[in-house]
Ligand binder design. Structure first.
Ligand code: ADP
Length: 300
């Protein structure tokens, strides 16, 4: 009997699943992604009944700098405050969805928010040193936590790590308010490092600083990511492009518009994540037209 099909013909007619270079590139990208320090799953944060930011799902890599960008009011600060439970301190704030930190639920009942804020430190827009000496600013956290080891050594290590030691080593007993704005911000970073965190959250850390001080903080961030994971909120596009490995772009969208792609209802607006990707891609070839319009300065 004559053969109806030839196995060779069948193979020849099969559709290729995807061009090989694309498959290889995808697999390489997957392999290169570091483990997540944070994994957000459908996170929504509301003040009272109004969601400020909703439906946010993405992960942030260990020893990476993740930048959160987007127009004012899209929920960047609200979201970054979720990552160390700072929103707990705002009575009206309610966090829904899952925030996983090294695969653990940051909001599980057994989790101690004080311990969370020790492991996940935060630096704010305006430098906020305590009205104390430079030394006591750094020693404050370690003393409260009863950390072991010589305090002089802890202070020197933190100030060295924050690239401030050489500038202040001869005046450690001087009041921190005598430092310049840029030095005060590095002091706040040193204060954060003194309690040996794992993550540093930075909410517009350079917006009150001059360009030279800003450059120093940016250099410091790149240095610090070897040991820490960093998340930064910034309004400064160049800054996000210069320092971050990955960038998440948020926008403000009407309620009931799951990805914010349509409509412009001025009521019930809240922040949504538009896309997250390698920083280079976000700034050169973003996937979404809204990201492109924002990063090229056409809107926002
Ligand atoms: P962004 O950092 O992107 O500018 P925010 O997170 O500061 O955005 O704000 C997002 C929304 O949440 C805004 O509508 C803002 O008014 C609101 N919001 C922020 N903080 C509070 C708060 N403590 N109480 C009530 N609403 C707030």
């Amino acid at each position: 009997m004559e053969r109806v099909t030839d196995p060779v013909d069948i193979r020849a007619r099969r559709e290729p699943a995807a061009p090989i270079p694309e498959v290889v590139a995808k697999r390489r990208a997957e392999r290169q992604r570091p483990k997540a320090v944070f994994d957000l799953r459908d996170v929504q944060v509301s003040y009272g009944v109004k969601p400020a930011v909703r439906g946010v799902s993405f992960d942030m890599g260990r020893n990476e700098i993740t930048a959160l960008i987007g127009p004012s009011g899209c929920g960047k600060s609200t979201l970054i405050r979720c990552l160390n439970r700072m929103n707990d301190l705002i009575p009206a704030a309610r966090v829904e969805g899952k925030v996983l930190y090294h695969d653990q639920d940051l909001y599980a009942p057994a989790v101690d928010a004080v311990e969370v804020r020790k492991r996940i430190g935060m630096v704010f827009q305006k430098p906020n040193p305590f009205p104390k000496s430079i030394y006591d600013n750094i020693a404050f956290g370690p003393r409260v936590l009863g950390m072991k080891g010589g305090m002089d050594e802890i202070v020197e290590r933190a100030l060295t790590h924050a690239a401030l030691w050489d500038e202040v080593k001869d005046r450690l007993k001087a009041n921190a308010f005598g430092l310049s704005g840029g030095q005060q911000q590095r002091l706040c970073i040193a204060r954060c490092l003194a309690v040996e965190p794992d993550v540093i959250l930075m909410d517009e850390p350079c917006s009150a600083l001059d360009p030279i001080s800003t450059g120093k903080i940016e250099d410091l961030m790149i240095e610090l990511k070897r040991e820490y994971s960093i998340v930064i909120v910034t309004h400064n596009m160049q800054q996000a492009a210069r320092v971050s490995d990955r960038t998440a772009f948020f926008t403000v969208a009407p309620q009931g518009d799951p990805d914010g792609a349509s409509g412009n209802d001025p009521t019930h607006r809240s922040g949504v994540l538009v896309e997250v990707d390698e920083t280079e891609k976000i700034f050169t070839n973003p996937s979404d037209a809204r990201t492109e319009a924002y990063v090229t300065g056409k809107v926002g």
